[in-house]
Ligand binder design. Structure first.
Ligand SMILES: *[C@@H]1O[C@H](CO)[C@@H](O)[C@H](O)[C@H]1NC(C)=O
Ligand SMILES: *[C@@H]1O[C@H](CO)[C@@H](O)[C@H](O)[C@H]1NC(C)=O
Length: 136
């Protein structure tokens, strides 16, 4: 699998669709590659808008929570409707269900929920400079 080609394809797609956001989507209970640092080759990249034709804006979320009784931890990454997900509220709700949220963040850029924020943004910036020549 050629990572550069995957990036180029994703970036072309992102540019073509305008504001369609792409997030990593996984849970460690289904896929061990979802843990930080994630395996960017194997983790599914999900187009947040792909199921609806609406114009709702999305964000990416990533969180690490553990079962307060067994201590087994789970990482989750997915799309959320913009401004619909608040890490503090989420942590409070999860605490009532017996989970402790150790890490949580919401972000606005494609694939920003990798747990390696600066690296992803850097790659994206380089990609957009590059993509201008290939997609248009
Ligand atoms: C990442 O996933 C790919 C494809 O499943 C696999 O070949 C590779 O060994 C994985 N890399 C790591 C560091 O686990
Ligand atoms: C659960 O994890 C916390 C933090 O990693 C640790 O301090 C604690 O001892 C663990 N408890 C159990 C029951 O393993």
């Amino acid at each position: 699998m050629n990572t550069k080609l995957v990036w180029l394809f994703l970036l072309c797609f992102a540019v073509t669709l305008g504001n369609a956001l792409v997030c990593y989507q996984c849970r460690t209970s289904h896929n061990q590659d979802c843990y930080s640092p994630i395996n960017k080759t194997s983790i599914q990249k999900h187009h947040c808008n792909s199921r609806n034709s609406d114009v709702v804006d999305y964000q990416c979320v990533a969180y690490l929570e553990r079962n307060s009784r067994t201590n087994s931890s789970t990482v989750s990454r997915h799309c959320v409707v913009k401004n619909d997900f608040d890490c503090t509220n989420f942590a409070n709700n999860r605490r009532h269900k017996g989970y402790i949220v150790d890490e949580c963040y919401v972000c606005d850029d494609d694939l920003c929920n990798s747990g390696q924020k600066t690296a992803a943004l850097f790659a994206l910036t380089l990609g957009f400079i590059f993509v201008g020549r290939f997609c248009m």
